[in-house]
Ligand binder design. Structure first.
Ligand SMILES: Nc1ncnc2c1ncn2[C@@H]1O[C@H](COP(=O)(O)OP(=O)(O)OP(=O)(O)O)[C@@H](O)[C@H]1O
Ligand SMILES: [Mg+2]
Length: 396
């Protein structure tokens, strides 16, 4: 892997060179962004940001840069003046302080290389993919029988983690009365599942796309109705069709649900390839969850069910083993309880996977998303740049 370091000052270059050597990467020093166009091979691009830079211009430049296929941009924020969220929205892969702690740079580079590699593996699998051929989405439903356990938070962040791996994701809000998926993405779709059912359900499948709201290049959502009473027009046959129609256009269809089980949700569960049952370390929630597991057993759905223990913390008086004992099932994924990160991201309407890309909780989501499509080959060769890496991967 080659690192292109765009830095005016030698000491910045030298510091990054030191890290690159430790990580067995090649480095090239470019004195200005303009030099990138001529010199870029394939790899990571470290852009240093200093007080001389006009910061608002930087975000604009990043967007342009992201569209130019010139590498994965990582910002080195010399004077702590970059707004991380804005930078990531504009296309930066990450924003690192200077001097960069070795651990931080190692992790960032590892993540970036993983993504480059994954894209390479996939582009080799399907070399000529011009007019996006039909996909065959995995359908994943996220459910619980108790409210507030973190289903929506989990769903939107899993969607973002898939998106970071260049997967096209449809998020369907099947919490038909009080769904808040759009709020979690800070958007207000004009059309919802209600309008689709009323206006176009009997039309062509292609019409469905007009009812999907694009959050970014990779994530579309089918929002819940604006008013709770509208939910009544949505029936099981609609959910059947909806999933059938979405399958060929997406890599993943993620369905968020209400905290109870009714016909539409059962249909989604039956249609799903995987079910995530979200639970929490508190006895009533676990007991409730156990009853639901029994129901899934009797419906023959338990085989595709994975238990997610959300807000896992040592402070709850119960642990993973206790939970497994109550549930009679293994916990598949543990998500840490990190109120600050989660609440801030919910309030900002931006999944933490985007706004806190290096947080432990985000890494849990990346690896979960990666499990679905297989990890790329462990060892990698050099210069693995694949087309459209930058602009496709980092949009928020
Ligand atoms: N891992 C976590 N750590 C800390 N707080 C969390 C975590 N996951 C979720 N929360 C918090 O829990 C609250 C409920 O989350 P969320 O809305 O995702 O639950 P839900 O199961 O979708 O609820 P409902 O059943 O009402 O739809 C949110 O305020 C969120 O900030
Ligand atoms: Mg919810």
């Amino acid at each position: 892997m080659t690192w292109f370091v765009v830095a005016k000052h030698e000491e910045v270059y030298e510091e990054l060179e030191k890290h690159a050597l430790t990580l067995k990467s090649k480095v090239r020093w470019l004195k200005s962004k303009e030099d990138l166009a001529d010199n870029i091979e394939k790899g990571l691009v470290f852009l240093t940001v200093s007080n001389d830079d006009i910061i608002e211009d930087l975000y604009e430049e990043l967007i342009a840069f992201s569209g130019s296929n010139q590498g994965i941009p990582i910002l080195i924020d010399i004077e702590d003046q970059v707004d991380i969220r804005k930078a990531i929205r504009a296309g930066a892969f990450d924003v690192l302080p200077f001097p960069v702690p070795p651990e931080t740079i190692r992790e960032t580079v590892k993540e970036a290389e993983k993504i480059l590699l994954q894209v390479k593996v996939e582009s080799e699998k399907a070399p000529v993919k011009k007019d996006s051929p039909e996909k065959d989405a995995k359908i994943i439903t996220v459910c619980s029988t108790k409210g507030g356990v973190g289903k929506t938070t989990f769903t939107v962040n899993l969607a973002a983690a898939f998106a970071k791996q260049f997967k096209k994701v449809a998020v369907v809000d099947l919490d038909l009365q009080f769904g808040d998926v759009s709020m979690f993405f800070d958007c207000k779709p004009n059309k919802t599942i209600y309008e689709w059912v009323k206006e176009e359900y009997y039309g062509q499948p292609e019409k469905l796309s007009g009812y999907m709201y694009a959050v970014n290049e990779y994530i579309d959502i089918m929002a819940a109705p604006i008013r709770p009473e509208f939910s009544e027009v949505i029936l099981e046959e609609h959910i059947q069709k909806l999933t059938d129609y979405l399958r060929p256009d997406y890599d993943v269809v993620l369905i968020d649900t209400a905290p109870y089980v009714e016909g539409n949700i059962l249909t989604a569960l039956e249609k799903s390839d995987d079910i995530f049952l979200v639970t929490f370390l508190d006895l009533p929630t676990l007991k409730n969850c156990k009853i639901f597991i029994d129901t899934l057993h009797s419906l023959g759905l338990v085989k595709k069910t994975k238990i997610v223990l959300n807000r896992d913390s040592k402070k709850r008086g119960l642990n993973k083993e206790n939970a497994e004992e109550v549930l009679g099932m293994k916990i598949h994924t543990r998500i840490p309880d990190v109120e600050k990160v989660v609440v801030t991201s919910v309030n900002e309407g931006n999944p933490y996977v985007y706004s806190y890309p290096r947080a432990k909780i985000s890494k849990v989501m990346y690896s979960l998303a990666q499990d679905f499509f297989g990890n790329p080959v462990k060892k990698q060769k050099r210069s693995l740049f694949a087309k459209k890496v930058v602009n496709e991967g980092r949009l928020v």
